[in-house]
Design a protein around this ligand. Structure first.
Ligand SMILES: *[C@@H]1O[C@H](CO)[C@@H](O)[C@H](O)[C@H]1NC(C)=O
Ligand SMILES: *[C@@H]1O[C@H](CO)[C@@H](O)[C@H](O)[C@H]1NC(C)=O
Ligand SMILES: *[C@@H]1O[C@H](CO)[C@@H](O)[C@H](O)[C@H]1NC(C)=O
Length: 331
């Protein structure tokens, strides 16, 4: 009786999602090139392959990040004013907006899910998910970013990166050919950020102490000078954790751009884990390394696609198989 039981078990394992290998999947958060993080300069080709441009009638208005073959994460305020969905397109795999080149593709927008808790500019829950009409094919130029599990903590002082095609200052527009910009920004402690935003407060300003809500995260420089700006909204703040890029925040707001004591404010991706999970149940979140992040073993492959074959699921299958066959032997 033992052999058929094992055979049946093998059959069951073959049918379990994640153990079947028909479609090769790719790691999230791992560009096919090494990148340097330097403040406010042109991004390299293939450096931020999850970055997308969200366009209405051919004009860029917000950034976003590819998180699965069908879904883009962005800010809810980008869609506070949606009209006809047929006017909206997402540009993927592009480094520049003007003549994006042969590796770029456009995807039509099927629907937009804004977080129902969002209540307007500079409020909490400024996150939205954009579903694409057709799944995109991953290439070296189009790779999803990893979303962190709530166990991942982005500590103050951590060096992260923000990318976008937004304005290079409050007045100017990015000059043609509008090359994607990258900026290295440290995470700022929320208490400190609230304190900064409370400084030099104009009495007419909407910004009150405790302006930075629990689902927000500050990053940038107290002295100003470097920041995200108009047109960057919805784009990703990403941090390199265990050799993969995890999206810590969604570009949400700031008082002006790069002003003194007014660092950029992002929506914390981990604060909206449950809402994202509800809309995209098969999206896999990246957990913090349980062993403290100090190990130097070959890195875990980090896969987004639940049906993909990968080393982790193969090892997982073998482990399960070993345990179960041990149990069957005992029985
Ligand atoms: C779309 O853009 C074209 C020109 O690029 C313009 O003529 C047209 O009115 C625009 N349509 C909408 C709905 O904004
Ligand atoms: C919202 O839509 C109205 C009318 O279509 C337009 O005049 C206005 O500029 C839009 N606002 C934003 C923020 O896009
Ligand atoms: C971040 O970068 C700065 C400047 O390059 C460096 O001084 C600092 O130690 C870095 N912080 C961390 C946590 O790696």
């Amino acid at each position: 009786m033992r052999t058929p039981a094992v055979a049946l078990l093998l059959l069951v394992l073959r049918l379990v999602p994640g153990t079947q290998g028909t479609k090769a999947s790719r790691a999230c958060g791992r560009p096919r090139m090494l990148n340097r993080m330097v403040g406010g300069e042109n991004a390299q080709e293939r450096e931020w392959p999850w970055q997308v441009s969200i366009q209405r009638n051919g004009s860029h208005f917000c950034g976003g990040s590819l998180i699965t073959a069908r879904w883009v994460l962005t800010a809810a305020h980008c869609f506070s004013n949606t009209s006809e969905m047929s006017l909206y397109r997402v540009l993927l795999g592009a480094r520049q907006l003007v003549k994006p080149g042969p590796h770029a593709v456009y995807a039509w927008v099927k629907r937009v899910e804004s977080n129902p808790l969002y209540q307007g500019m500079a409020s909490s829950a400024d996150v939205a998910l954009v579903e694409l009409e057709d799944a995109v094919t991953f290439t070296d130029y189009i790779i999803p970013v990893c979303l962190p599990d709530p166990s991942v903590v982005f500590k103050a002082g951590m060096n992260c990166s923000v990318t976008g095609w937004g304005s290079p200052s409050e007045q100017d527009r990015l000059p043609s050919p509008r090359v994607l910009q990258k900026l290295g920004v440290p995470i700022i402690d929320t208490l400190k950020c609230n304190w900064l935003y409370s400084k030099d407060t104009d009495m007419n300003s909407d910004f009150q102490p405790q302006t930075i809500k629990d689902d927000m995260l500050c990053a940038g420089f107290a002295e100003g000078k470097k920041d995200a700006c108009k047109g960057d909204s919805g784009g990703p703040l990403v941090c390199l954790v265990d050799q993969s890029w995890l999206q810590a925040g969604v570009i949400s707001w700031g008082e002006g751009c790069a002003r003194r004591n007014r660092p950029g404010v992002y929506i914390r991706v981990t604060a909206h884990h449950d809402w994202i999970h509800r809309i995209i149940p098969d999206l896999q979140f990246q957990a913090a390394d349980a062993r403290g992040g100090q190990k130097r073993d070959p890195p875990h492959p980090l896969f987004q696609h639940p049906q993909g074959r990968n080393l982790a699921s193969c090892l997982g299958t073998h482990a399960v198989l070993l345990v179960l066959s041990a149990l069957l032997t005992v029985l």
